[in-house]
Design a protein around this ligand. Sequence first.
Ligand SMILES: [Zn+2]
Ligand SMILES: [Zn+2]
Length: 502
Amino acid sequence: MPQLKVLGGGKEVGRICLQLDINQHHFLLDCGISPALKGKQALPHFANNIQHLNAVFVSHAHLDHTGAIPNLVRNGFRGKIFMTLPTLALLNLLWQDELSLMEREWSPEERLWSSKEMHTALMKLAEPTTYHEVFRLNNLKVNFHNAGHILGSTMTEFFYNGYRIVFSGDLGTSSNHLRYWRTDDLTYPDVLICEGTYGGKNRKGREEVARELIDTIRATLERGGKVLLPIFAVGKTQEVLKILKDNWNKLPNVDIYLEGMSIETLRVYEQFLIYMDDKVRRGYLFNEINPFRWDALKTFKSLSERKRIHLRDTPCIIMAPSGMLRGGWSVWHMIRMAASGKNLIGILGHMEKGTVGYDLINNVREFRLLDMINKNEVDVRVKCEVAAFEISAHAMHTELCNYISRVKPERLILVHGEETNLLSLAESVKQHTGDIIIPSNGDKIDLQAKYTSIGTEKNVEIPISEDLAILLPASTKVKVKYRGKIRYSKSEDLRSLVKNPS
Ligand SMILES: [Zn+2]
Ligand SMILES: [Zn+2]
């Protein structure tokens, strides 16, 4: 009987890690870390059967889904790691960057893995695949579908003896440069495990957010200030570059500098433009338009060039990871920019508690920050403007509801979200599924869904003959149409429906 163990991501956004046990085989769906925590605390609650795990299925490259995989290898994991090819290309960069951060800013005891385990995972265990290339693992068949969240992101569909489980991974938003997700070939699974980061929360439309961002940046540049955009190297860098390029005629002509790993992740995105939305693909195919690059975009050549920029009074835009100001170049630039009232720090999207980004949007204005080059701690008083913009690669509430209502799972398990957000999402989608579970970390769920009641059988609108209802064996699951929507019913319920239509 299939069983799901929640090792991480239960009622929390970070360190998603779900163990799927089917017929003596053990698989992990993602294996991430908590971005705001250090050392072992950042890891999921691993069971002690790591050596016996058969495989890890990676939904996408973000560290809250992948950051603990090399630690699994350190603890004896030697199974396969399945992911799409762009995910492998991005992981190579993200893990290298995380390793540098751990070596720079964590004590040796806190470090979760070394380059040796990282290379074993990337070079020996990783199995790059692509969307809709159904592959088999023991008795399990697996199919990756596009999730439209970041480059290479997947929804994962598992088949086992006629039983279907779908894991949404992180779901993308229509306000994105990537191809949007579809649900046509995902409907009616026995179980849907769905993320709920933005449950209960909607955001402004893409046009409005882009306008706010451009207006605020323009005001800063026109008063002679510099703009710092702490940015995730994967996904948000490309989305913001596209907004800036599309609106460049509305801004003063300044230099824009791309920092650190964003430079390399941009090159990966450029290799896979075929994964972008239709407009981007057509622009590239017919007119060779690169959606992310234009003349003003530059990179720093040296440390002294960076220092010169901060000594000069010339306005410019700097886009630098890490996005939540956990460390890296964004913190280095913040140390040099925060004191001037002319400058702007633009916070983009969700910030995890415990990060400088989270504190900034919660009006903390005094920090002690580590200068990663000088290796000393610096007291920083923030006098510059701080503004937040709702730019996210995640599906918002209405999109999550839309997704679940179309997939129509028999059982819904909500993860990867704060409890209040997951409860709010559950409330909005309860009519589209048999039952809903919001598990905590450590919970074990028996997945063999026993369908209990759906409460709407009386309202079936399609004509059902008594003969048809009686011909069906008891407990046969049938699809019925009610007010234009497809739902489930049981054959015995149909019989009483036919006899007592109301
Ligand atoms: Zn993600
Ligand atoms: Zn995530």
